[in-house]
Design a protein around this ligand. Structure first.
Ligand SMILES: *[C@@H]1O[C@H](CO)[C@@H](O)[C@H](O)[C@H]1NC(C)=O
Ligand SMILES: *[C@@H]1O[C@H](CO)[C@@H](O)[C@H](O)[C@H]1NC(C)=O
Ligand SMILES: *[C@@H]1O[C@H](CO)[C@@H](O)[C@H](O)[C@H]1NC(C)=O
Ligand SMILES: *[C@@H]1O[C@H](CO)[C@@H](O)[C@H](O)[C@H]1NC(C)=O
Ligand SMILES: *[C@@H]1O[C@H](CO)[C@@H](O)[C@H](O)[C@H]1NC(C)=O
Length: 670
């Protein structure tokens, strides 16, 4: 009896399963025999089920070839099922794409009258009129908004029963496990999506879960509804997929699929085993993309060209960059562009002189063809720059044939460039003190000292303001082609109004030319210039510097030597031995005038006007005895108090700077 029963059960079971499908199947790679395809659908060589192929208004189906029975044959109760699949919807253009795809239960693999586009290839046009009984249940991934079917948006998941008017639908989204918040999910991103569908026969509840592939199955359903499959689908129902395009197109792919009928879940898909999508857009690049790429390429090329041009421009600009401040505007006409100077000096090549301040270059101005000396002064600070402001200010406005004419200037970062008339014969001290140079004749010397005296007189009396040069010496006298002496280097010049007193200021100048009273008064006056001019006269006549050895305070200065000669009645012995022919009276005049100008008492010194008159023979040299000019030679050297202020520099150095009142030094400039 038991054996008969057992046989009966086996027979019944075999009958029940008949030509029907297995309870469970899984594809991680499709073979052509595994699905029945219609329309545009194909199984690709890589194992993808490709439903559509970017042909307009077409659809494609891929169904499991054997029918599935979703109801219990004896009770008629619906059977549970579970399925999961991975799909990708790749739009041709992100802003214009096909209608979407669906997982479907359908009575046949070729649905009669099915239409593409919004009907998703599953329904015919009369299905949507109300009473249709197409026996179709579908889960749609709808990427188009069809108001006719009351679609909520163009990116939703819905359940369709016999009609495209979804029973229920929700915008595609998923819970991001990192934030525990809903995140939007684009169905047409071209990215892989995984869908889970769970149907419980007892409760007739259908639940749909969606997430990006790789994200675990969501716990809660995105869309759910109740549907009694027993009363909807046919006894022999086919399961599979449909994809449809309209005027715009996408490619709809199914990469893997697992299905289980009865209780429990469909087997998990091993995502790593899925076939790859065709490498995105290895196909034809759509025209807009091509245009975009071309435009982008052009833009990049243009950008590169422009930035190259800008770089060249900036480099050139920086190379020739200049600075300008308000105070310079009044000297505007004297400004010469750095570019012109660069050209004039052929890139600052011919160095004709150098000193503590910087270098002097020879140049030829392009327009006038005038020979110029270009002096480049580095200044690290504003203070350093201010040193030369007065030079620009005064020299650009002073005009005298015994002053070196400043033609213009240029200022840039850390650099001041001054342009002068070029003096062919260089500085006087070179001729006086450089061994090997042909000695200057007395005639030449006499002409030079008279020229310098005239220039200095102009500075003191001939201009609208009193200009104290503050650094008269052979080194600052330049010689033109005719050996005319011209006073140069107004870097230390001090200006004040006629009739007023100059303010106290820093003591500047060169050792040997500094008047002794400066250490007490702190003032540079025309008298202190006269003192320096006296030293200059003796220097030119004797061919010796005022102090031969500045390190040795005991060594007699030039004044003492000349005084000694005079006391001995042989003042002419002080003369430069290199002079062979000379006018005795003139030599004596120059030497005595030199001593007179070097008088330690400023009130006893002549003015430059008197000096010029005496040199021209228009006025006699006052009868003086050497004893009048100071009982002690020490007066002419440096006394101790003076040494305290003076920072010792070699006599050849450009400037000796001593600060007596640092706090007031700024306001005292000019
Ligand atoms: C799919 O087809 C291949 C080739 O015919 C076959 O080996 C495989 O078993 C099939 N897979 C399923 C799940 O039917
Ligand atoms: C798309 O599929 C249809 C039908 O199979 C076919 O006629 C057409 O040539 C295919 N188009 C492309 C671009 O593969
Ligand atoms: C549409 O489908 C219904 C079944 O749901 C069928 O009766 C009807 O004939 C179909 N219409 C066309 C035009 O194929
Ligand atoms: C998700 O999409 C909706 C509708 O398009 C939009 O209103 C919302 O801002 C989006 N949320 C995020 C986080 O992008
Ligand atoms: C589903 O429909 C079938 C046939 O129409 C019926 O026998 C069954 O009771 C229904 N099940 C539920 C849960 O409503």
């Amino acid at each position: 009896m038991q054996a008969i029963l057992a046989v009966l059960v086996v027979v019944l079971l075999v009958l029940a399963r008949g030509g029907a499908a297995a309870d469970e199947f899984m594809f991680t790679k499709f073979a052509r025999e595994n699905v029945t395809t219609t329309g545009t659908a194909v199984v690709t060589s890589s194992g993808l089920l490709q439903l559509t192929n970017e042909t307009n208004e077409r659809f494609g189906h891929g169904f499991y070839p054997l029918p599935v029975r979703f109801k219990n044959t004896s009770t008629g109760a619906p059977l549970s099922f579970s399925t999961t699949f991975v799909v990708a919807i790749v739009p041709r253009y992100t802003d214009a794409h096909g209608h979407g795809m669906a997982f479907a239960l359908a009575p046949s693999v070729a649905i009669p009258g099915a239409v593409a586009g919004k009907n998703l290839g599953l329904f015919n046009t009369s299905d949507n009129e109300g009473q249709a009984r197409s026996e179709i249940v579908a889960v749609e991934l709808d990427t188009a908004l069809d108001e006719e079917f009351e679609d909520i948006d163009d990116n939703h998941v819905g359940v369709d029963v016999n009609s495209l008017r979804s029973v229920n639908s929700t915008t595609a989204r998923f819970v991001d496990v990192r934030t525990y918040k809903f995140a939007n999910l684009s169905l047409v991103s071209g990215n892989l999506l995984q869908v889970w569908i769970q149907y419980d026969g007892a409760s007739t509840r259908l639940e749909v879960m969606v997430s990006p592939a790789g994200v675990p199955r969501p716990a809660g359903a995105l869309v759910s509804c109740t549907v009694n499959l027993s009363s909807v689908v046919a006894d022999d129902t086919y399961v599979g997929f449909s994809g449809a395009n309209g005027a715009a197109v996408s490619s709809h792919y199914v990469l893997g699929w697992s299905f289980r009928l009865g209780g429990g879940r469909a087997p998990d898909l091993d995502l790593s085993k899925l076939p790859p999508l065709p490498s995105s857009k290895s196909k034809k690049t759509p025209l807009p993309m091509l245009l975009l790429a071309t435009a982008l390429l052009l833009a990049v090329v243009v950008l590169i060209l422009v930035s190259a041009a800008v770089t060249v421009f900036v480099v050139r600009r920086r190379r020739f960059a200049e600075e300008e401040e308000d105070w310079e505007i009044e000297y505007g006409p004297h400004r010469i562009s750095y570019k012109d100077l660069h050209a004039a000096t052929r890139g600052f090549r011919d160095v004709v002189g150098a000193g503590g301040f910087g270098r002097v270059y020879h140049g030829v101005l392009p327009r006038s063809g005038a020979e110029v000396a270009v002096k480049k002064i580095s200044h690290d600070s504003r203070q350093g720059l201010r040193e030369f402001v007065s030079e620009i200010a005064s020299m650009s406005r002073l005009r005298h044939r015994n002053l070196v004419q400043l033609l213009g200037y240029c200022r840039r970062q850390g650099e001041l460039v001054l342009v002068y008339d070029y003096m062919v014969n260089g500085s006087l001290d070179k001729h006086l003190f450089t061994a090997g140079q042909p000695a200057l004749s007395w005639e030449q010397r006499a002409k030079i000292v008279r020229g310098v005296a005239a220039g200095l007189l102009y500075l003191h009396e001939g201009w609208e303001q009193v200009v104290v040069h503050r650094d008269i010496k052979a080194g600052n006298v330049l010689l033109d082609a005719e050996m005319n002496g011209k006073l140069s280097d107004f870097g230390l010049a001090l200006l004040y109004d006629h009739g007023s007193n100059p303010q106290t200021t820093r003591i500047v100048g060169t050792i040997g030319y500094l008047a002794p009273e400066m250490s007490k008064t702190g003032r540079a006056t025309t008298n202190t210039d006269v003192f320096a001019f006296g030293a200059f006269l003796l220097e030119v006549a004797c061919g010796r510097r005022p102090t031969e050895n500045s390190d040795n305070a005991d060594s007699p200065g030039l004044v003492d030597l000349v005084l000694e000669c005079w006391k001995g009645g042989r003042i002419k012995d002080a003369m430069d031995p290199r002079i062979d022919k000379f006018d005795e009276d003139d030599l004596e005049l120059v030497l005595k005038l030199g001593l007179l100008c070097s008088h330690p008492d400023p009130r006893r010194r002549p003015s430059m006007r008197q000096v010029v008159q005496m040199l021209e023979g228009a006025a006699p040299v006052p009868e003086t005895m050497p004893e009048d000019l100071g009982s002690s030679g020490r007066i002419f050297g440096y006394n101790e108090s003076f040494d305290e202020f003076v920072t010792m520099f070699p006599t050849t150095s450009e400037i000796t700077t001593v600060t007596t009142q640092p706090s007031s030094s700024n306001s005292d400039e000019q």
